[in-house]
Design a protein around this ligand. Sequence first.
Ligand code: HEM
Length: 387
Amino acid sequence: MLFRSWAQTADAHWPDVARVRDHVGVAHLVVTRHALVREVLTDPATYRPDNALDAVTPIPVAALRVLAGHRFRLPPTLANNGGASHPAIRAIVADALHPTRVAAQRPWLTDLVRERVGGIAATLDAGGAVDLYARLAADLPLLVLARLVELPDAPVGAVKEFARAALELFWAPLDAERQQALAAEVGRFHRVLREFAATGGGLAGSLRAAGHPPDVVVGALFFLLVAGQETTSQFLTLLLHRLTGEPAVLAGLRDGTVAVADVVEEGLRLEPPIVTWRRVAAVDTTLGGTAVPAGTSIVLWLARAGRDPSTVDAPDEFRPGQRGSRRHLAFGAGAHRCVGDQLARMEAAVVVAETAPLLDGVSVLREPWCPDNLTFRMPDAFVVRRR
Ligand code: HEM
């Protein structure tokens, strides 16, 4: 269940807090209710974020050697940093992603998406099939991120491969051979990042200027290149796929009775790209009546919390604007709440607004497939054709 939690049907019963063993025998406490997930996220003294990026399949010595050969290090920087340095690092990243800066990217992104949608429409009109992941979702978030934080012209394909390799290495059930291959991919990219961290402008320059050591700059860039683009790519794919099965929502978007922002929010609630997120108990405590010894890994089932009947009227239905739709925890909560939420929302709003007319009248030739993963959905090709 841990690696395909998104495949659990809505009617499957789960206790509020469930003890689940993973593929290597480690026990996790899976938290399913909205209020309890929130309680954990907003209490960093009891539940620390230190394990957020820990490999769920322990990395064997051979793969560790590969990483060490590339001088790979990932000190606590953002999501897994419960220490004193976190607020200052976060503040610099938040500045780079400030809503005003995000809004300034909107016209540029709208033009780009319009141009892409024009090309896609032409292919569909000619009777062709289109992979909406490849033509739309895969690279747009990275292109926007590169402008916001001033990344050098790293080839998009290389960044995508690295990011997906990182998501697999740290969050998937794996065998030793695969871990070694992924370690090589992730390690290679770490080298590229080190060079950029030492010389790059934009966010890298701001972190250096504030006196943060090279490891911290690399750590921030590493996390942003994964969290700041792969998540949104995945969300766009999942949301577009979902919308092809929601004709009433598409009709509402067409006649203006459904707001794009509400569609995005309902999408985050029902199709979050990050289905779980981890914390670790810092002290012996109790959660929802269950004893939690210090050191326990807590798996917060964000996707399930979004469907908690105590917070939303029709938990399993895609009803933009319904009561409770915005109370999802797709972006987490508390001190580590996602700093890219406004950026992700802006990107999704532009893509939904521009693409919805196309989705009306297409049939799905191939649904996106998602591999086993504790946390990320990682959908692949999503192919449609005009009905
Ligand atoms: C739909 C897209 C996205 C989703 C669902 C998402 C979700 C999340 C979640 C669940 C967390 C952990 C929150 C917690 O521990 O409470 C997080 C943290 C974070 N996200 Fe996002 N994210 C998305 C897009 C982005 C983007 C576009 C960026 C930046 C460009 C970004 C940057 C970050 C950063 C830097 C953190 C760590 C914050 C900290 O520890 O202080 N994310 N995100």
